[in-house]
Design a protein around this ligand. Structure first.
Ligand code: COA
Length: 181
């Protein structure tokens, strides 16, 4: 029997994880991502290594993501891949590295998978860095995407940075925040 619910609960709110947050039950398909939220996310916060955002109801966590600063850098693949990144940057501002924010972890409860929560979180991240005043320059979103999640990020308009990781377990993907209409 599938555990999936047919709709997203109506009473979801988003919170930023704090050291005092009581972490409610959460179970996605990925054990490591469950373990991170339940056991590690607060340590990352304390160490200033990642900030975690949680979507929850009164009784359970339905999804979460965590963010950290990153950069998008030209890799040894050289020109072709990097040219794609550079295309949208004016000539005089082109660099070998650009400021970015990384989605370090992202998961949806298996009960609510396939209902649009992943897409909602992607819109939230884009919105955080496009529509809210920036405290520091940030041009790209990056992610080291799990193989099973590649189609999900492609549907959110992420692109591959390089073909060198085509056979790896995770692939570097990026999204240009300037592309948000
Ligand atoms: C990957 C994950 C975050 C997607 O979240 P979700 O809420 O199920 O995704 P959505 O319902 O918003 O799907 C958005 C689109 O991506 C597609 N999609 C999502 N997961 C997919 C998958 N594994 N394979 C193919 N397509 C997928 C959906 O079909 C949908 O397409 P549509 O817009 O044409 O209908 C979720 O399945 C998950 O938590 N998986 C386990 C953890 C994980 O892999 N995290 C990624 C770490 S990099």
């Amino acid at each position: 029997m599938s555990m999936q619910e047919s709709s997203i609960p109506l009473n979801i709110s988003m919170i930023r994880l704090e050291e005092s947050t009581v972490i409610k039950p959460f179970e996605s398909e990925d054990k490591d991502l469950n373990d991170f939220l339940l056991n590690d996310a607060k340590n990352y916060l304390k160490s200033m290594l990642a900030v975690t955002y949680i979507y929850q109801t009164e009784t359970e966590i339905v999804s979460y993501f965590s963010l950290l600063n990153d950069n998008l850098s030209r890799d040894n693949d050289g020109k072709p891949a990097w040219n794609k990144v550079n295309r949208a940057i004016p000539n005089e501002k082109r660099r070998h590295t650009y400021p970015a924010v990384k989605i370090g972890r992202l998961a949806v409860s298996k009960k609510y998978a396939g209902l649009g929560l992943g897409s909602l979180m992607m819109l939230t991240v884009k919105n955080m860095f496009v529509n809210e005043p920036q405290r520091a320059g940030c041009r790209f979103i990056t992610v080291d995407a799990y193989r099973n999640a590649l189609p999900f990020y492609q549907k959110s308009y992420f692109k591959f940075l390089t073909e060198r990781d085509a056979d790896d377990d995770t692939r570097t993907m990026y999204f240009d925040l300037k592309a948000v209409p």
